[in-house]
Ligand binder design. Structure first.
Ligand SMILES: [Zn+2]
Ligand SMILES: [Zn+2]
Length: 268
Protein backbone atom coordinates (compact mmCIF):
# COMPACT_ATOMS: atom_id res chain seq x y z
CA UNK A 1 0.00 0.00 0.00
CA UNK A 2 2.76 2.51 0.93
CA UNK A 3 5.87 3.36 -1.09
CA UNK A 4 9.13 4.70 0.35
CA UNK A 5 10.51 6.79 -2.53
CA UNK A 6 13.92 7.45 -0.93
CA UNK A 7 16.05 5.39 1.46
CA UNK A 8 19.70 4.41 1.95
CA UNK A 9 19.54 0.72 2.83
CA UNK A 10 23.20 0.09 2.01
CA UNK A 11 24.42 2.38 4.80
CA UNK A 12 26.31 0.64 7.66
CA UNK A 13 23.36 1.14 10.05
CA UNK A 14 21.57 -1.62 8.15
CA UNK A 15 24.37 -4.18 7.85
CA UNK A 16 22.85 -7.68 8.14
CA UNK A 17 19.44 -6.14 8.93
CA UNK A 18 17.67 -6.85 5.65
CA UNK A 19 15.42 -9.74 6.86
CA UNK A 20 14.21 -7.68 9.82
CA UNK A 21 13.69 -4.55 7.72
CA UNK A 22 11.75 -6.45 5.07
CA UNK A 23 9.59 -8.11 7.72
CA UNK A 24 8.87 -4.72 9.29
CA UNK A 25 8.02 -3.30 5.87
CA UNK A 26 5.60 -6.15 5.16
CA UNK A 27 3.92 -5.72 8.56
CA UNK A 28 3.50 -1.99 7.91
CA UNK A 29 2.21 -2.57 4.35
CA UNK A 30 5.18 -0.75 2.82
CA UNK A 31 5.30 -2.57 -0.51
CA UNK A 32 8.11 -0.79 -2.34
CA UNK A 33 11.29 1.20 -1.79
CA UNK A 34 13.70 3.12 -3.98
CA UNK A 35 17.30 2.63 -2.81
CA UNK A 36 19.33 5.77 -3.36
CA UNK A 37 22.97 5.99 -4.41
CA UNK A 38 25.16 8.78 -2.96
CA UNK A 39 28.54 7.95 -4.52
CA UNK A 40 29.80 5.75 -7.33
CA UNK A 41 31.76 3.69 -4.80
CA UNK A 42 28.48 2.40 -3.30
CA UNK A 43 26.57 1.95 -6.57
CA UNK A 44 27.37 -1.77 -6.98
CA UNK A 45 25.86 -2.47 -3.55
CA UNK A 46 22.77 -0.32 -4.17
CA UNK A 47 22.16 -1.91 -7.55
CA UNK A 48 22.76 -5.44 -6.21
CA UNK A 49 20.26 -4.84 -3.41
CA UNK A 50 17.63 -3.70 -5.91
CA UNK A 51 18.37 -6.69 -8.13
CA UNK A 52 17.87 -9.06 -5.17
CA UNK A 53 14.26 -8.11 -4.41
CA UNK A 54 11.37 -7.49 -6.79
CA UNK A 55 10.06 -4.53 -4.75
CA UNK A 56 13.34 -2.59 -4.50
CA UNK A 57 14.75 -0.30 -7.19
CA UNK A 58 17.95 1.76 -7.42
CA UNK A 59 19.25 5.16 -8.49
CA UNK A 60 22.74 6.16 -9.61
CA UNK A 61 24.35 9.45 -8.62
CA UNK A 62 26.71 11.38 -6.37
CA UNK A 63 25.40 13.45 -3.46
CA UNK A 64 26.48 17.13 -3.44
CA UNK A 65 28.05 16.78 0.04
CA UNK A 66 30.43 14.01 -0.98
CA UNK A 67 34.05 14.98 -1.57
CA UNK A 68 37.24 12.96 -2.00
CA UNK A 69 35.31 10.42 -4.05
CA UNK A 70 35.14 9.49 -7.74
CA UNK A 71 33.70 12.38 -9.75
CA UNK A 72 31.05 11.15 -12.22
CA UNK A 73 30.98 11.99 -15.92
CA UNK A 74 27.83 12.07 -18.03
CA UNK A 75 29.07 8.99 -19.90
CA UNK A 76 29.68 7.01 -16.72
CA UNK A 77 26.27 7.84 -15.26
CA UNK A 78 24.60 6.88 -18.54
CA UNK A 79 26.51 3.60 -18.60
CA UNK A 80 25.65 2.69 -14.99
CA UNK A 81 22.02 3.78 -15.40
CA UNK A 82 21.60 1.04 -18.01
CA UNK A 83 22.09 -1.66 -15.37
CA UNK A 84 18.92 -3.57 -14.34
CA UNK A 85 16.59 -2.01 -11.75
CA UNK A 86 18.09 1.51 -12.07
CA UNK A 87 15.16 3.87 -12.52
CA UNK A 88 16.49 7.32 -11.55
CA UNK A 89 19.53 9.64 -11.57
CA UNK A 90 20.62 11.00 -8.17
CA UNK A 91 20.64 11.95 -5.55
CA UNK A 92 22.09 15.14 -6.94
CA UNK A 93 21.74 18.86 -6.41
CA UNK A 94 23.25 21.57 -4.23
CA UNK A 95 23.89 21.81 -0.49
CA UNK A 96 24.98 25.17 0.98
CA UNK A 97 23.90 24.30 4.53
CA UNK A 98 26.27 25.47 7.29
CA UNK A 99 29.12 26.43 4.97
CA UNK A 100 31.29 27.52 7.90
CA UNK A 101 31.00 24.26 9.87
CA UNK A 102 30.51 21.76 7.07
CA UNK A 103 32.52 23.23 4.19
CA UNK A 104 35.52 24.54 6.11
CA UNK A 105 34.52 28.17 5.76
CA UNK A 106 34.47 28.09 1.97
CA UNK A 107 32.01 30.42 0.28
CA UNK A 108 29.13 29.68 -2.08
CA UNK A 109 31.28 30.90 -4.96
CA UNK A 110 33.76 28.13 -4.04
CA UNK A 111 31.01 25.55 -4.67
CA UNK A 112 31.31 25.65 -8.45
CA UNK A 113 32.25 21.95 -8.35
CA UNK A 114 28.83 21.17 -6.84
CA UNK A 115 27.09 23.12 -9.59
CA UNK A 116 29.19 21.37 -12.27
CA UNK A 117 28.39 17.97 -10.77
CA UNK A 118 24.69 18.83 -10.71
CA UNK A 119 24.77 19.76 -14.41
CA UNK A 120 26.46 16.43 -15.23
CA UNK A 121 23.57 14.59 -13.54
CA UNK A 122 20.92 16.64 -15.34
CA UNK A 123 22.51 15.86 -18.71
CA UNK A 124 22.71 12.14 -17.86
CA UNK A 125 19.06 12.15 -16.84
CA UNK A 126 18.04 13.78 -20.11
CA UNK A 127 20.10 11.28 -22.13
CA UNK A 128 18.74 8.25 -20.30
CA UNK A 129 15.24 9.66 -19.95
CA UNK A 130 15.27 8.75 -16.28
CA UNK A 131 14.00 11.24 -13.68
CA UNK A 132 16.24 13.24 -11.34
CA UNK A 133 16.26 12.91 -7.56
CA UNK A 134 17.11 16.41 -6.37
CA UNK A 135 18.70 17.22 -3.01
CA UNK A 136 18.65 20.95 -2.29
CA UNK A 137 19.47 22.56 1.04
CA UNK A 138 19.77 26.33 1.48
CA UNK A 139 20.46 26.48 -2.25
CA UNK A 140 17.03 26.64 -3.85
CA UNK A 141 17.66 29.72 -6.04
CA UNK A 142 20.75 28.18 -7.66
CA UNK A 143 19.06 24.76 -7.91
CA UNK A 144 16.09 26.20 -9.78
CA UNK A 145 18.29 28.43 -11.96
CA UNK A 146 20.52 25.52 -13.04
CA UNK A 147 17.51 23.31 -13.77
CA UNK A 148 16.10 26.04 -16.02
CA UNK A 149 19.47 26.67 -17.71
CA UNK A 150 19.78 22.95 -18.46
CA UNK A 151 16.34 22.80 -20.07
CA UNK A 152 14.40 21.33 -17.15
CA UNK A 153 11.37 23.49 -17.89
CA UNK A 154 8.70 20.79 -18.34
CA UNK A 155 9.48 20.71 -22.08
CA UNK A 156 9.59 17.40 -24.00
CA UNK A 157 13.38 16.97 -23.63
CA UNK A 158 13.29 17.50 -19.87
CA UNK A 159 13.96 14.59 -17.53
CA UNK A 160 11.82 15.89 -14.67
CA UNK A 161 12.08 14.33 -11.25
CA UNK A 162 11.49 14.99 -7.59
CA UNK A 163 12.68 17.48 -4.98
CA UNK A 164 13.36 14.96 -2.22
CA UNK A 165 13.09 15.56 1.54
CA UNK A 166 11.49 18.90 0.85
CA UNK A 167 12.16 21.58 3.49
CA UNK A 168 11.80 24.74 1.42
CA UNK A 169 9.10 27.42 1.23
CA UNK A 170 5.79 27.35 -0.62
CA UNK A 171 7.34 29.64 -3.25
CA UNK A 172 10.10 27.12 -3.96
CA UNK A 173 7.51 24.33 -4.08
CA UNK A 174 5.48 26.34 -6.58
CA UNK A 175 8.56 26.94 -8.74
CA UNK A 176 9.48 23.23 -8.66
CA UNK A 177 5.91 22.26 -9.56
CA UNK A 178 5.96 24.79 -12.42
CA UNK A 179 9.07 23.03 -13.79
CA UNK A 180 7.09 19.77 -13.75
CA UNK A 181 8.81 18.28 -10.69
CA UNK A 182 7.26 16.29 -7.87
CA UNK A 183 7.72 17.12 -4.18
CA UNK A 184 8.63 14.43 -1.64
CA UNK A 185 8.01 14.79 2.10
CA UNK A 186 9.95 12.98 4.82
CA UNK A 187 9.53 12.45 8.56
CA UNK A 188 10.49 16.10 9.10
CA UNK A 189 6.81 16.79 8.44
CA UNK A 190 5.98 15.21 11.81
CA UNK A 191 8.47 17.32 13.79
CA UNK A 192 6.99 19.81 16.24
CA UNK A 193 8.76 22.84 14.76
CA UNK A 194 7.82 22.06 11.14
CA UNK A 195 4.54 24.00 10.90
CA UNK A 196 5.72 25.96 7.86
CA UNK A 197 6.48 22.71 6.09
CA UNK A 198 3.08 21.28 7.05
CA UNK A 199 1.52 24.34 5.40
CA UNK A 200 3.46 23.51 2.22
CA UNK A 201 2.30 19.87 2.38
CA UNK A 202 -1.29 21.04 2.70
CA UNK A 203 -0.94 22.99 -0.55
CA UNK A 204 1.10 20.73 -2.90
CA UNK A 205 -1.33 19.00 -5.29
CA UNK A 206 -1.98 15.39 -4.32
CA UNK A 207 -1.03 14.18 -7.80
CA UNK A 208 2.47 15.69 -7.50
CA UNK A 209 3.45 14.41 -4.06
CA UNK A 210 5.68 11.55 -2.90
CA UNK A 211 6.60 10.30 0.56
CA UNK A 212 9.93 8.95 1.80
CA UNK A 213 11.91 8.06 4.90
CA UNK A 214 15.45 9.10 3.83
CA UNK A 215 16.44 6.18 6.12
CA UNK A 216 18.55 5.83 8.20
CA UNK A 217 18.05 9.55 8.93
CA UNK A 218 15.06 11.62 10.01
CA UNK A 219 12.86 9.04 11.70
CA UNK A 220 9.35 10.45 12.08
CA UNK A 221 7.60 11.01 15.40
CA UNK A 222 7.14 8.76 17.45
CA UNK A 223 10.56 7.31 16.51
CA UNK A 224 12.39 10.63 16.23
CA UNK A 225 16.09 10.23 17.02
CA UNK A 226 16.09 6.47 16.35
CA UNK A 227 17.43 4.77 13.21
CA UNK A 228 14.82 5.25 10.52
CA UNK A 229 13.75 2.49 8.11
CA UNK A 230 11.17 2.20 5.30
CA UNK A 231 8.54 0.64 7.59
CA UNK A 232 8.10 4.10 9.16
CA UNK A 233 6.93 5.82 5.98
CA UNK A 234 3.23 5.43 6.94
CA UNK A 235 3.79 8.02 9.69
CA UNK A 236 4.59 10.57 6.96
CA UNK A 237 1.43 9.58 5.07
CA UNK A 238 -0.59 9.82 8.28
CA UNK A 239 0.62 13.38 8.88
CA UNK A 240 -0.39 14.40 5.34
CA UNK A 241 -3.77 12.68 5.81
CA UNK A 242 -4.41 14.72 8.95
CA UNK A 243 -3.39 17.97 7.25
CA UNK A 244 -5.67 17.34 4.31
CA UNK A 245 -8.48 15.70 6.31
CA UNK A 246 -8.34 12.60 4.14
CA UNK A 247 -8.04 8.89 4.97
CA UNK A 248 -4.44 7.66 5.12
CA UNK A 249 -5.32 5.03 2.49
CA UNK A 250 -6.00 7.82 -0.01
CA UNK A 251 -2.57 9.36 0.65
CA UNK A 252 -0.94 5.92 0.34
CA UNK A 253 -2.64 5.30 -2.99
CA UNK A 254 -1.94 8.75 -4.44
CA UNK A 255 1.74 8.73 -3.49
CA UNK A 256 2.16 5.15 -4.75
CA UNK A 257 0.44 6.02 -8.05
CA UNK A 258 2.70 9.08 -8.38
CA UNK A 259 5.74 6.88 -7.77
CA UNK A 260 4.73 4.71 -10.75
CA UNK A 261 4.00 7.72 -12.93
CA UNK A 262 7.34 9.39 -12.20
CA UNK A 263 9.59 6.29 -12.15
CA UNK A 264 7.92 4.67 -15.15
CA UNK A 265 10.24 1.65 -15.21
CA UNK A 266 9.00 0.33 -11.85
CA UNK A 267 5.89 -0.87 -13.67
CA UNK A 268 7.59 -3.02 -16.30
ZN1 LIG B 1 19.23 14.18 0.28
ZN1 LIG C 1 19.07 10.73 0.67
Amino acid sequence: MFTDSHCHLTFPEFADQMPQIRAAMAAAQVDRALCICTKLEEFDDVQALAASYDNFWASVGVHPDNEDIAEPSVEELVRLAARPRVVAIGETGLDYYQMEERKGGRSISDMEWQRDRFRVHIRAAQQTRKPLIIHTREASADTLAILREEGEDASPGAAGGVFHCFTETAEVARAALDLGFYISFSGILTFKKAQDLRDVAAFVPLDRMLIETDSPYLAPVPYRGKTNNPSYVPFVAQQIAELRKMPVEAIAKATSDNFETLFREVKS
